[in-house]
Design a protein. Structure first.
Length: 256
């Protein structure tokens, strides 16, 4: 274990999350875009799992901080472009969403270039291309095997964080991060579908619509594997284990 920050309690974890959210928003202040496009989407669960090594006491420095902000900007850019793709860019507000997504992308490039992390720019760019490729499975309406769709959802939800962890050699955290974000995404989709609310993956996949029972089984399997992996982990501190399981449990409560 590195000699970075020591394991921390939940209130300190929330403090770190709020600090990083403020740092991210400071990178993208733009009055016109914020007025019409609204605040960017900063997914707190993704941010938590990006910060997981630091929260568990691993060595962490300015290059990690910059890369963490870059990861959130990448997801914000993807979310902005997805919103336009769903609604079609016809109004001024929607056209500004396109510009917002481009702006967030430019900011993450700028941030990493300023820190001379040029290799990471190339890595993230390849990851964004991979996400775009896998998202086409939910737009082209072709028949894909169930497992292929699940793997694509996991990649879409977590690829830049996986690349971040690989780049900084936090390999031992990748499995838990990917399974947790997959579980959260599947629960969110199923909960919305069952309550006749807006979904993305299910709505754009006839197979998922007809395999809801199989989706429930997949959620149960992922949850059981994840809980077992977290509880018996030899690298995670006890309160970090609790923080992970609490977030997964919170999602489960919301879906119940």
């Amino acid at each position: 274990m590195g000699n970075g920050v020591k394991c921390m309690n939940e209130s300190l974890i929330k403090h770190h999350l709020e600090k990083y959210k403020r740092d991210i928003l400071m990178q993208i202040q733009h009055n016109t875009l914020l007025k019409y496009a609204g605040m960017p989407v900063i997914d707190e669960e993704r941010l938590f799992f990006t910060l997981l090594p630091m929260l568990n006491g691993e060595q962490w420095d300015d290059s990690n901080n910059q890369a963490t902000i870059a990861v959130s900007l990448i997801f914000a850019a993807l979310a902005a472009h997805d919103l336009v793709k769903e609604q079609n860019a016809t109004t001024k507000e929607q056209q500004l969403q396109v510009l917002a997504g481009d702006y967030y992308s430019g900011k993450y490039y700028q941030l990493l270039a300023k820190g001379k992390q040029l290799e990471l720019i190339q890595i993230f760019s390849a990851g964004v291309s991979s996400i775009t490729e896998h998202k086409t499975k939910f737009y082209d309406h072709l028949a894909y095997p169930f497992e292929d769709l699940i793997q694509s959802i996991q990649l879409i939800e977590s690829k830049p964080i996986e690349q971040f962890m690989e780049y900084f050699s936090y390999h031992e955290y990748i499995f838990i991060m990917k399974e947790a974000l997959l579980l959260i995404a599947l629960r969110r989709e199923l909960h919305a579908f069952e309550n006749r609310e807006e979904t993305f993956y299910i709505r754009n996949s006839f197979l998922l619509q007809t395999k809801i029972d199989l989706l429930r089984e997949e959620i149960e399997t992922v949850e059981n594997n994840l809980v077992r992996e977290v509880r018996y982990s030899t690298i995670l501190k006890e309160n970090v284990k609790h923080a992970i399981l609490e977030r997964v449990t919170e999602q489960a409560i919301k879906s119940s």
